[in-house]
Design a protein around this ligand. Sequence first.
Ligand code: MN
Ligand code: MN
Length: 396
Amino acid sequence: MSDRPPRQLPVPQPIRDDGAGATDPGPRDVMRDLENPDMLVPPATDAGLLPNLKFSFSDTRMTLKHGGWSREITVRELPVSKTLAGVNMRLTPGGVRELHWHQQAEWSYMILGSARITAVDQDGRNFIADVGPGDLWYFPPGIPHSIQGLEEGCEFLLVFDDGSFSDLNTLSISDWFAHTPKEVLSANFGVPADAFNDIPREQVYIFQDKVPGSLESQRIQSPYGTIPLSFKHSLLAQKPFKTPGGSVRIVDSSNFPISKTVAAALVEIEPGGMRELHWHPNNDEWQYYLTGQGRMTVFAGSGAAATFDYRAGDVGYVPFAFGHYIQNTGSQTLWYLEVFKSDRFADVSLNQWMALTPRELVQNNLRVSPEFLDALRKEKWPVVKYPGYTEGVRHR
Ligand code: MN
Ligand code: MN
């Protein structure tokens, strides 16, 4: 610890540039106000009613186990998030998320470190792979699987295609054994009942084990072969679609065929850049912020719009077809995931739509200049940056 006192940050006040508002003498949580400048002083364009579209993993309850931890954001924490639920999990070196399965599909992104994942499908075809930073996996509903941290441990994000999911409420092998009569286990496996004297009495969930040997040393040859469609995909290794202001990597069932219910984009926004005004014609958007900070305004029609501030570790949400942008408000590159309960990624660019619509129609509808119409792009640029056009953004 340093001897120096913490740097004094200016205390923000709920007063807009035009003088609207008044000071807040308290009680107040200044730390929260500093993190949410667009809620303390909303842009004057914010109006109307929108549900909450932000929840931080830092506001969730950790489940701590020997071997790792987990925490989740579901419809219980963020009521609007009906399509998808997220779990943030860490496993120590050798730590195991036990053998289990669930009714929902599991789509996952490895943030840090590496893990070994295993699964067996309904036809006895097995799967084992090691996953590292930027890799994905997808387990279809009902397919049994496990995750184990390798040498350096790991941290990852799990996304389930049902907002009411809970990772604490899955079907676990230990839980099933604990709730099956011993004589039934004995009859099923053809061994004496005392083989089960030491089995866990309840769901294990996560446990500490030793780091496993090499992938080859653990591989079991199935007489039925291996699964036909890989459960693993290297997203970060994909060649990005680079545009002025950042990059995008898109993954859905077209390039990761097993991922039939989840589509996603890994988006990078440089300082001063923004994910352009757009919407999605297929489903709600669930976001996970990986690094940096940004703000998003969601437009809901009927004059309603609301702005939220996000930073690494936050989840954001956009209801189906609502317009939005994400602007990098920090000095660091902003990385986040857009995730959809869909077999495909799809978005509509406001800029491209206008560029491909008769000029007179656009001009008379919005009363804009010919110069504005000339600046429209027929190509889609998901992430934009125009030097000199980012004034007015409160960089933090
Ligand atoms: Mn699972
Ligand atoms: Mn979007």
